[in-house]
Design a protein around this ligand. Structure first.
Ligand SMILES: Cc1cc2nc3c(=O)[nH]c(=O)nc-3n(C[C@H](O)[C@H](O)[C@H](O)COP(=O)(O)O)c2cc1C
Length: 314
């Protein structure tokens, strides 16, 4: 996954970048990718997000046995959002039919998958690739899955990554959450065959009602949105400074075009946006995508010029 060189000064307000970005073997017309979540659980939304300029869309995480619908809730905070959601409730068969239609239309869709064991995840990865998916994201780090939060370990990451690598040749990214032992988990993913990393999944957050002391949503759940951006930026910056070369899709707190530029500058090859899209999804995406193209055009550069420039200068 490299940001291809090419182009020069971009035309004002240009709708497509002359230097496409390559992510997981997909040639993207923009480095702005819509991340996995409730908004990407529907074919209609995915198609409209792509029409609206997303470089690619990551599906809601598909799971062969997502469990009974629980008490899945969202709580808006001043700096982002807490959510207690887990996996798509759609059947794998439904998803495979949808993925086949996306493949027939040659749409840049990245299929997010997870399962209860490495062997089941390998089965699922095989099914979705047979249905036409040409790029995957392993959504193995959802901390809402287990009560009390997920304890992720390098061994667990290696087991899932290896199992999928053995069964599929399509490129995939392993999505991890920043936090405890993240460097070891990253090393486990890359050593086990990940083609890219997506950093970060949501991180554990809690909200308390000050008047009553009640823990809102009933516990700690996934925290996302602008509040996590400096943490994810610091992680990617640190990884690149330490010489990590594996392609990275940044995910965490993007709200506008300059956030996209910041993530590219510290060495991400593509940038996912999610929580911000919960307000005015399509207009917000267009603003970020077009805003980034305009920002780049005003500076006369390419995406490739941006990627990693904070590291080169440090
Ligand atoms: C409501 C909601 C649902 C999400 N569902 C998924 C999911 O199914 N799979 C996944 O990998 N990430 C999921 N995420 C995480 C996002 O894809 C993203 O990685 C994270 O929210 C950080 O980026 P953001 O701050 O731009 O939202 C979800 C996030 C939210 C807020």
């Amino acid at each position: 996954m490299t940001a291809a060189k090419g182009g020069g000064t971009l035309p004002e307000g240009s709708d497509t970048l002359p230097a496409p970005v390559e992510v997981l073997g997909l040639r993207l017309k923009s480095p702005v990718v819509v991340g996995s979540g409730l908004l990407t659980d529907q074919e209609r939304n995915i198609r409209r997000l792509l029409d609206g300029g997303a470089g690619a869309v990551v599906t809601k995480t598909i799971h062969p046995s997502p469990g009974p619908p629980g008490n899945e809730r969202l709580l808006r905070l001043p700096t982002g959002m807490l959510n207690s959601t887990t996996y798509s409730r759609r059947s794998v068969d439904d998803w495979c039919a949808m993925l086949r239609r996306f493949a027939d239309d040659e749409l840049p869709v990245i299929t997010s998958v997870h399962a209860d064991s490495p062997a089941e995840l390998a089965d699922l990865a095989e099914r979705v690739t047979e249905a036409g998916s040409s790029a995957l994201e392993l959504g193995i780090s959802c901390l809402n899955e287990d009560e009390g939060g997920l304890t992720d370990t390098p061994e667990r990451v290696a087991a899932y990554t290896e199992a999928v690598r053995r069964r599929t040749s399509v490129p995939f990214s392993v999505k991890l959450a920043i936090g405890e032992r993240v460097r070891e988990r990253i090393d486990a993913a890359t050593a086990s065959g990940a083609d890219a990393l997506t950093l970060s999944d949501t991180i554990s957050g809690l909200a308390v009602d000050a008047d009553t002391g009640e823990v809102r949503l009933g516990g700690a759940f996934g925290y996302s949105g602008p509040g996590i951006k400096p943490l994810v930026l610091a992680e990617i910056y640190g990884l690149r400074r330490d010489g990590l070369t594996v392609p990275v899709m940044a995910s965490g707190g993007v709200k506008d075009a300059t956030d996209v530029a910041e993530y590219l500058s510290v060495g991400a090859q593509a940038v996912q946006v999610y929580t911000v899209l919960h307000r005015n999804m399509h207009t917000t995406l267009r603003d970020i995508r077009q805003g980034f193209d305009d920002w780049l055009a005003a500076r006369g550069g390419t995406v490739a010029d941006l990627v990693g420039r904070s590291i080169k200068g440090s």
